[in-house]
Design a protein around this ligand. Structure first.
Ligand SMILES: [Ca+2]
Ligand SMILES: [Ca+2]
Length: 262
């Protein structure tokens, strides 16, 4: 430390001045907090994947969304209609800091021939705009929706290979089961896209053979999202999706991707 600064430390401060100086950072923090605008923020869109050439109802969850908002995209040709805004239910034991506490329901119309695989959206409250959230549009492989009930081996939903399934763990302790039948031996990729899209789901993926033997399981491969690559003999298999914390509900959408690898 230089002598100039060392010398300045010897100047006595009055008690009042010392208190003001000590309080100043706190006062500044309070002022910033009070002035901070309530910027809308997006946690997750349900569903987070929508088709082209269709109008889809999408519930956007997040914070500060229960108000008059406008939705926009930097990509033209897509229309947004705000249907309603409301407080969002927080299912038992779940964290509003992760899944949001307010919602806005949109009808999003994506035109035929929409060429992008993603649709960035922002919500505007007057001058304030949310951070960007990216919806997925279509998919490289055929896309189907989950068909309930698919909550056990006996109710498994049959899917093809390749296949994309857009689904949701709709309640606590929900288990979704899909059945695939391999005509020939092949290396299978099974992947969940959920948390990276803001979903509350912490997926756990398990593959069972026809006898009910567990073949492989994965919890976290890409962040909290699960991924399995496995060579399999020909035959029927079950793909099971669960939440690591047994949670489910309106903020737990997922996309299941099943592909044959070379
Ligand atoms: Ca489900
Ligand atoms: Ca996980």
């Amino acid at each position: 430390m230089s002598s100039r600064f060392a010398g300045s430390c010897r100047i006595p401060l009055s008690t009042t001045l010392r208190q003001v100086l000590l309080l100043f950072p706190l006062m500044a923090t309070v002022a910033v907090a009070q002035d901070k605008p309530e910027v809308p923020r997006i946690a997750v869109a349900v569903p987070f994947a929508i088709p082209a050439n269709a109008t889809t109802k999408v519930v956007v969850r997040g914070w500060k969304l229960n108000r008059d908002l406008e939705a926009k995209s930097t990509i033209g040709g897509v229309t947004f209609k705000v249907v309603r805004h409301d407080n969002a239910p927080i299912p038992n034991g779940q964290d509003a800091k992760q899944i949001g506490d307010t919602l806005v329901e949109l009808e999003i119309t994506v035109p035929a021939g929409f060429s992008s695989a993603s649709l960035p959206i922002r919500l505007f409250a007057g001058e304030m705009e949310s951070t960007e959230y990216t919806l997925l549009v279509g998919g490289r492989d055929p896309v189907v929706s989950e068909i309930e009930p698919n909550d056990g081996f006996r109710q498994a939903q049959a899917i093809a290979i390749p296949q994309i399934v857009d689904g949701q763990l709709h309640a606590d302790r929900n288990v979704d089961v899909y059945a695939v039948n391999l005509g020939v031996p092949q290396k299978l990729l099974v992947e969940i896209i959920a948390r990276r899209q803001g979903s509350g789901l912490d997926s756990v993926l398990t593959i069972f053979d026809a006898k009910g033997n567990k073949i492989d399981s994965n919890d976290d491969a890409v962040g909290a999202d699960s991924r399995i690559e496995i060579p399999l003999a020909a035959g029927p298999y079950w793909i099971v999706i669960q939440d690591a914390n047994d949670h489910g509900g309106p903020a737990h959408p997922y996309r299941l991707v099943v592909q044959s690898l070379p």
